[in-house]
Design a protein around this ligand. Sequence first.
Ligand code: SAH
Length: 204
Amino acid sequence: MQFVYALRSKGVTDGRVLTAMEKVDRAKFVRGIFADRAYDDMPLPISSGQTISQPSVVGLMTQALQVSNRDKVLEIGTGSGYQAAILSHLARRVYTIDRYRRIVSEARGVFEELDLGNIIPFAGDGSYGLPEHAPFDRILVTAAAEDPPPLLLAQLRVGGIMVVPVGQSDAVQNLIRVTRTDTGYEYDELRQVRFVPLVEGMGD
Ligand code: SAH
């Protein structure tokens, strides 16, 4: 309950998002010595030098994505799998990609343990998206890109929304919401964030 109060105080007010976040135990996605910090509002280290995002940032990004239970969602940057697990309670189906095979296989294990059957994890370079499953109603990028990746924009359906941190990886980035319209794309700046970079190619 403390966890939900903390989220509310940081601006996560959408009831569906808060309910989904209440259902997903963050401790399942954090290993070893950091497990007892799972309910703190801070990013934590996971495998392969990556991080599980701060819960309030996960909440604000999920809220900005305006997911409905009919949506097919693509997430770039599976990491711990925490964000995908929250999306799985809000969407019809969640495709998630990470460039580290180890990260994907660990996340897949947690999705199976939690019986989250509507998440489909892939190992691959997320900058290419998943053309064979496009178009997507929603796309969430959880690594910082220098610009919204053009191949991902192309896989958004008309009326669809993409949320992506944009900026250099060593600086503060802007969280951007892109809405695809009949004639092009509309961009809104939401807030400042800090994410690890979107890196081309597969990880080790
Ligand atoms: N959403 C995650 C946190 C993401 S951390 C969570 O809920 O825990 C960012 C992740 O993006 C890292 O795991 C990193 O390996 C991945 N990543 C970076 N560049 C990528 C790319 N081009 N394709 C796929 N994944 C990428």
